[in-house]
Design a protein around this ligand. Sequence first.
Ligand code: ADP
Ligand code: MG
Length: 156
Amino acid sequence: GNERRFFLKDETETEALGQELARVVVASERGVTLFLDGDLGMGKTTMSRGLMRGLGHEGAVKSPTYTLVEPYEDLAMPAYHFDLYRLGDPEELEYMGIRDYFSADTVCLIEWPERGQGLLPDPDIEIHFEREGDGRSVVLRAGTEEGAALLNSLEL
Ligand code: ADP
Ligand code: MG
């Protein structure tokens, strides 16, 4: 289907969904662009951490707020974690050569994608986070056929 919705009761479940996304992406053997949107503290970085762990990263994963992008290059697939919260001028994205990051075999996760509007590719999957009670409600929407195939492959 084109959309999946999950209730994630705690941080562990948010990480687990990120890990499961990593699993289906690696199995697909293709790069992917994921947008993560929702207010501060909703779990975007937590899910990104699960994803990086799922790609084989063992260290910390922090939001690259000041550097805008953190590379994770020696994994199952090269991955780039963007956080555009502090992006001033979208032209900064041009200066950093943003287009070069989105290739057929890279995993790109983007927090606050709305701040880079017009300079980012269309996402394969857009992940929207909202608070629900003590947990989070998360909607995954496919934007491409590849994204839809990935959502269909999720075993959660
Ligand atoms: P963001 O990147 O969206 O600003 P973070 O991932 O940095 O958010 O922080 C999310 C906060 O919410 C962390 O304190 C984390 O422990 C917590 N959290 C993550 N997922 C859940 C969840 N499913 N339910 C409740 N709390 C969560
Ligand atoms: Mg964050």
